[in-house]
Every structure is written in structure tokens, then in C-alpha cells.
Design a protein around this ligand. Structure first.
Ligand code: GSH
Length: 261
């Protein structure tokens, strides 16, 4: 029995959902109460000390971190394989995953902080958004290099590298910094969108965006503490948003990583 704790907008959770659907595996989904607030239920934090989704429960045993969950899924359900057969191609797929999880996600997270949580307005918002557009532009060029002449980032068939990149690139489209639709990467994204696994995940994300219009006030009141962690924190500082971090600390509406206990 597989039960996934997730949030539809989490690109990390989307990686896992797309993988499970591609493999034809049944699973349930639910979202922890107060997700993203820093005040999630004790039972959830016991399953993942970082208080993050996704968490996959396998007959009740929790696995956290999307990369570790994907490795588990591939080990436990090897058919159809999502990783290519060739060791070098497997390493390439995992490198793409790492770049998306760290560099790319930090940018779309930063744009969410501005769009949904109203961390920056006026000139500061313009500066941060311009930095994000430049950074995603460079990463799209890098992804196009990885794609080369192939149809999929994973090689000949859709797989690991594609499902690890697509939720993040789709998120960037929502923030207005996606690849041009007629570019090599834009056409790859269209091919991904045509797959039922990705289409279902992207639809669930789009359906849940509306709820985000209500969250800025809750953050401002300090009731919702956003997680400023590793690459995300670095993105905010190096893109010009040091004052966002300082204000968040002052207002006590940001937090850092939880620790394993
Ligand atoms: N390295 C983790 C990152 C997961 C992550 O950052 N999840 C976010 C949602 S996109 C989260 O749950 N953050 C907790 C919070 O916002 O309170 C993974 O790959 O699963």
C-alpha cells in the first residue's frame, strides 16, 4: 500500500506522482494540514523532520525526499524502467535532477514568494524578477544542450530526467519565465504535457493555484512561516533580496530547516 503526502503545487511531489503513474502503480494522495506554515501536525514532522512534502508511506513506513523516493520506486518496481540502461546516461539523468532540484527550483520558489506571498513590491520586485528571467534563460539553454537532438532528456524514451525537469519548467511558465513555446525546450514541454501522467499532475497544480491568493495576509500576520532553506535562501540573497530575508526574520514569518531528532 503506497500513500503519498504531497501538495499539488510541489514540483518535488509532482516528480513522484508522475513516476508512479508512468509505472502504473496505485497510490493514495493527501496533503498535511497547515502545509507550508511551519506548523504542520506532529505526526507529519515525525515522518519527515524537515517538514517537507513529498513523503511516501510504504505499508506505513515513511520515505522522505523526492530523489530518495524515486530511487525506491525504481528499485521496488523496476518495470518499466525510468532510468536509462547505460550507466553514463543514468548519471546524466541524475545530474539533471540535481540541477532542477537545487538551482532551478530556487528561482521558481523565489517568484512564488513575490507573486503569492508578496515579499517584494515595486523596484525590488522588478530587480528580483529580472534576475529570475536571466537565470531561467541560462538554465533553459543548459537544458537544451542536454536535450541535443533527442526527443527526451532521458534519451530515446520519456523517463527520469524528463519527469524530474518538467514540473519545474511548467512552474516557470506559470510565473512568466518559461521557455519560448516554439523553442527546442518549449516543444519538449509540449511533448511532456501530452503524457497523461504529467497532464494530471499539471492540472492538479493549476487547480490549486487559486487558493494561493489568500496566503499573503496570513504570512504578513506571522501565522505562516515560510521555509527559507539552502538554495532558496541563497537565491533570495544573491538575486538582491537580502532585505526580504531581514524583514522576514524581524517579522518572524520565515524559518530555516527542521532537524532530525
Ligand atoms: N529535497 C526535498 C525538497 C522538498 C521540498 O522542499 N518540499 C517543499 C514543497 S515544494 C515543502 O514541503 N516545504 C515545506 C514548507 O514549505 O513548509 C525533496 O526533494 O523532496
Amino acid at each position: 500500500m503506497l500513500d503519498l503526502l504531497e501538495h499539488p503545487l510541489s514540483p518535488y511531489a509532482q516528480k513522484v506522482k508522475i513516476a508512479l503513474v508512468e509505472k502504473g502503480i496505485d497510490f493514495t494522495v493527501s496533503t498535511p494540514n497547515a502545509m507550508g506554515s511551519g506548523n504542520t501536525p506532529e505526526a507529519f514532522r515525525a515522518a519527515n523532520p524537515r517538514g517537507e512534502v513529498p513523503v511516501l508511506f510504504v505499508d506505513g513506513a515513511p520515505i522522505f525526499d523526492s530523489s530518495i523516493i524515486l530511487e525506491f520506486i525504481e528499485d521496488r518496481f523496476p518495470t518499466p524502467p525510468l532510468l536509462p540502461a547505460d550507466p553514463l546516461a543514468r548519471a546524466r539523468a541524475r545530474m539533471i535532477e540535481e540541477v532542477m532540484d537545487t538551482h532551478y527550483e530556487a528561482i521558481t520558489w523565489g517568484l512564488s514568494e513575490i507573486a503569492w506571498f508578496r515579499r517584494a513590491e515595486g523596484e525590488l520586485a522588478v530587480t528580483l524578477k529580472a534576475a529570475a528571467a536571466q537565470q531561467t534563460g541560462r538554465l533553459h539553454a543548459w537544458l537544451e544542450k542536454q536535450l541535443g537532438e533527442a526527443e527526451w532528456l532521458n534519451g530515446e524514451t520519456f523517463g527520469w530526467a524528463d519527469l524530474c525537469a518538467a514540473p519545474f519548467v511548467q512552474g516557470a511558465v506559470g510565473h512568466g519565465v518559461g521557455p519560448a513555446p516554439d523553442s527546442v525546450l518549449g516543444r519538449w514541454l509540449d511533448r511532456v504535457r501530452a503524457r497523461p501522467s504529467a497532464a494530471a499532475s499539471f492540472k492538479a497544480a493549476a487547480d490549486s493555484i487559486q487558493a494561493m491568493s489568500a496566503v499573503a495576509g496570513i504570512v504578513d500576520a506571522g501565522l505562516f512561516k515560510r521555509q527559507y532553506r539552502d538554495h532558496r535562501l541563497e537565491w533570495m540573497i544573491r538575486s538582491g533580496g537580502m532585505e526580504v530575508v531581514l524583514k522576514g526574520l524581524e517579522k518572524d514569518n520565515i524559518r530555516f530547516n527542521g532537524e532530525p531528532v
